[in-house]
Design a protein around this ligand. Structure first.
Ligand code: UDP
Length: 320
């Protein structure tokens, strides 16, 4: 039984990861300040004897009793509406101080540590599909910079702790992911479109809907994260993890409307600043090093996600 710390463990990805790790027989300590995480995501494991929850903001140093084998460092708001505006400075602090605090803990405990970095390190990419060697096209002072540059700095810190302090690191770059345990209020495109369609509201396409994204179902992504942690110590990444199926946002809206039915119409809204025009991972490296590729296509994944949001909305009437 490994002793594992998961930061951001009550969030969308973190909770799916904690549940998988508990089901695989590990001891899991979850750390979250619940800024975007939700305790209800952990309902199925909260009373499990091998699970514990610590309410803590990773901006501050963290002390843990006992030994730790692995740290999955996921903590950070990841949805543009959650990390922009009044949360921007906090987001940079979370990325930077959070990385330092968790790397110091990994060093103290001699634990392996994995960073959930992001496709946002490529900014509005000029190379398509994105390969890990591409250095990106990020606006360093735009409204997405707190997240993009924050994560780039976190990657830099991980590699410096690896080179200077011999900390055992792993870095993955996560592309758009969706599925059960997303917060209906999260503000990202899959959750917005499905919830709007289920409620009979207008579907809000930002811009003309010609921008593309590649959507990975959460179970596939969790497989990739765990496989990455299990690679030998000399393989550190960064590795792209995502589903290379590429869709325009308009295609996504049409798919959701076709699946949910109902009366929703598409409306076109302003495109947020610095919104990337295209995104699709090259996953050759993940395929080679992790023997991984996603198994669940968008149609199948959307069906499962629609079922999840149906029950979320039924159980939280009026909770937008
Ligand atoms: N988007 C949209 N309508 C929404 C929410 C998002 O058209 O209600 C667009 C957004 O402008 C972006 C894409 O969908 O082009 C993906 O947005 P999301 O916030 O899910 O992820 P990210 O921009 O971080 O990839």
């Amino acid at each position: 039984m490994a002793s594992i710390l998961v930061t951001g463990g009550s969030g969308f990805l973190g909770s799916n990861l904690c549940i998988r790790l508990i089901n695989e027989g590990n001891k899991v300590i979850c750390v979250d300040n619940n800024y975007t995480g939700r305790m209800k995501n952990l309902a199925s494991i909260i009373d499990h004897p091998n699970f514990s929850f610590i309410n803590h903001d990773v901006i501050n140093p963290i002390e843990i009793d006992g030994s730790l084998d692995e740290i999955y460092h996921l903590a950070c708001p990841a949805s543009p509406p959650a990390y922009q505006g009044k949360a921007a400075i906090m987001t940079t602090k979370t990325c930077v101080y959070g990385a330092i605090n968790l790397l110091e803990l990994a060093k103290e405990k001699n634990a392996k540590i994995l960073l959930s970095s992001t496709s946002e390190v490529y900014g509005d990419p000029l190379v398509h599909p994105q390969v890990e060697s591409y250095r990106g096209n990020v606006n360093p002072n735009g409204i997405r910079a707190c997240y993009d540059e924050g994560k780039r700095c976190a990657e830099s810190l991980f590699f410096d702790y690896y080179r200077e302090e011999n900390v055992k690191i792993k870095v993955i770059r996560i592309f758009n992911t969706y599925g059960p345990r997303m917060d209906p209020k999260d503000g990202r495109v899959v959750s917005n479109f499905i919830c709007q369609a289920l409620r009979g509201e207008d579907i809000t396409i930002y811009g003309e809907g010609t921008q593309t994204r590649s959507f990975c179902y959460v179970d596939d992504l969790i497989d990739a994260i765990i496989k990455m942690m299990k690679t030998s110590d000399d393989f550190v990444g960064p590795v792209n993890t995502g589903n290379p199926g590429e869709f325009t946002i308009k295609e996504l809206a049409e798919k959701v409307i076709a699946k949910v039915g109902g009366t929703s119409r598409i409306v076109y809204c302003d495109l947020p600043k610095d919104d990337p025009t295209q995104r699709k991972p090259d996953i050759s490296l993940a395929n080679e090093k992790l023997s991984w590729k996603p198994k669940i296509d968008l149609d199948h994944g959307l069906d499962k996600t629609i079922e999840y949001f149906k029950s979320e909305i039924m159980n939280n009437r009026g909770d937008k």
